[in-house]
Design a binder for this molecule. Sequence first.
Ligand code: PLP
Length: 261
Amino acid sequence: MAIPNILTIAGSDPSGGAGIQADLKTIAANGAYGMSVITALTAQNTRGVDAVHVVPTGFVKDQMLSIAEDIRVDAIKIGMLANAETVLAVAEGLGRFADIPVVLDPVCVSTSGARLLEPDAIDALKDRLIPLASVLTPNLPEAGELLGAPVPSSIQDMENAADALLRMGSGSVLLKGGHLSGASSCDLLVASNTRSWLRAERIDTQNTHGTGCTLSAAIAAQIPRQGSLLQAVGAAKDYVHGAIVHSGLLSVGHGHGPVNH
Ligand code: PLP
């Protein structure tokens, strides 16, 4: 099998821990060839986001078209989209990538509290992009935001939220339970007739910057390699776990440090 070509459509993090930079490192570490369409530039470090500069939507579409006209794409990961106009541009651009698996990470707010998607873009995300996704990967606060409901705070809440999110039209939902307390971190993968809990030992660390980006990029990179979405998510979770475990070898910044790809 040829090495898979994976496209990430996301924002840039100059400190290298999240966004496009995390995605490309993750894709390479998962044995695939990475490409990037940049939706926004951020000025940020491990302490927080200082500024955001959104790429004009016409140019987002230009980048997608350049790839579509020349290169086979085996899977797509979508991350930070900044505003409703960009959501709509990416949804339209995806028309050139029919039948390619799309992993949609509905990035809303950074760990440090900066908004990475304007609140009035949530409706566009729900109406136009989520129905095009093969798998939607919200964390619990993002699930609350998408559902317009309190943040799920128990296993039962997670099951109800995942079912409600699935009704928004993606092929499957991976609801990430890392924000719940407990010795293990439990994620729930649901599709129309399957439901699987995936557990991982919780690691006590400050170095969690970019873990969501890393997981969704790893899933996109693993989909072409694995026999099922469940296996791809399992391999991606193993990869993120290792990257968090080895983050202690890094010495990057003074806040939430990056994981080690
Ligand atoms: N910056 C960019 C460009 C991102 O895409 C993301 C998350 O997707 C973040 C920052 C947030 O990273 P974290 O919340 O892990 O610090």
